[in-house]
Write a protein that binds this ligand. Structure first.
Ligand code: ATP
Ligand code: MG
Length: 270
């Protein structure tokens, strides 16, 4: 968002930027409940599945969950790219665990297993392996994940897997070939689109965290934003930012329906 627009609305920073600090995330009761369920699952060393459409806020929920897990008991590990084969996946996982990925796949796998065991026995740290965009995982990798899910000690999993992805991830897991992984996951959390009142609260929360003291959108402006963006926060962000820019250019203090519609026409979603 341009400086002139921020100044016009009296904001300290871009209210709809992608970088949302973990403590500035908007958490409605359903997201808070999802985070509680995920925390329960990893505390009891279980595996979880998180599904939702693109842009609804799955990765944000994961960041909020990470922020709430005590650092002394958990080690949250992200594998940055899950679109690779088994060898590269285990290389990335070893690097994320601070290991030198050397030797054959079997040797790397062995080293990961050792590290995960000592993480628990020496430091009482339970690794939580977050696989974001897991719907993009090739079958060969997905079908191998149950081996990681199966690492155990006294029949307690040594790590928790959190698989996140689009709804088709669940459809894929239900296919015969992936049933052994599916049966090892203990909960499924759905992150949904926002309701009209959620959208109002979301927009207000994002504006407030950027320093807004007054309403920026008129009520017909927010309801139009909700309808057009279909309750998808990433789309709400895009449309809201353009609408504010247009409003600032025409000196409109409360962004209304017509301006939101014009903004929508400028997006690739129209
Ligand atoms: N709880 C939230 N608080 C603040 N902003 C949010 C929240 N949820 C979503 N957003 C906004 O929406 C954008 C998209 O959210 P996020 O990246 O978490 O979606 P996603 O479900 O992981 O999408 P994808 O499936 O495409 O990865 C974020 O960059 C952020 O700007
Ligand atoms: Mg994401």
């Amino acid at each position: 968002m341009r400086e002139d627009c921020l100044a016009f609305f009296g904001l300290r920073r871009d209210p709809f930027g992608k970088q949302v600090a973990a403590d500035a995330l908007w958490l409605d009761p359903s997201r808070t409940a999802a985070i509680d369920q995920l925390i329960d699952a990893v505390r009891s060393r279980r595996h979880a599945l998180v599904c939702g459409d693109s842009g609804v806020g799955k990765s944000c929920v994961m960041r909020a969950m990470k922020g709430r897990l005590p650092e002394t008991g958990f080690r949250v590990v992200y594998v940055p790219n899950v679109t690779v084969g088994r060898r590269d996946f285990y290389r990335q996982l070893s690097l994320a665990l601070g290991l030198e990925p050397r030797g054959t796949v079997a040797a790397v796998f062995e080293a990961i297993q050792r590290e995960v065991r000592s993480s628990w026995s020496e430091h009482r740290l339970h690794p939580v392996l977050v696989l974001d965009e897991a719907h993009l995982m090739p079958d060969v990798l997905l079908s191998h994940l149950h081996v990681l899910a199966n690492f155990d000690m006294d029949s307690n999993p040594l790590l928790s897997l959190v698989l996140m992805g689009l709804p088709e991830l669940h459809d894929r897991l239900k296919l015969g070939v992936h049933r052994s992984l599916l049966t090892r996951l203990s909960i499924k959390v759905d992150i949904g689109r926002t309701t009209p009142s959620d959208t109002t609260a979301y927009v207000r929360a994002r504006l407030e965290s950027a320093g807004s003291a007054a309403d920026v959108f008129a009520s017909d402006g927010v309801s139009t934003l909700h309808e057009l963006a279909a309750g998808v926060p990433r789309m709400i962000d895009t449309v809201a930012a353009i609408a504010m820019q247009l409003a600032a250019e025409q000196g409109e203090r409360l962004v209304g329906r017509a301006t939101v519609r014009r903004a929508w026409q400028q997006t690739p979603f129209a």
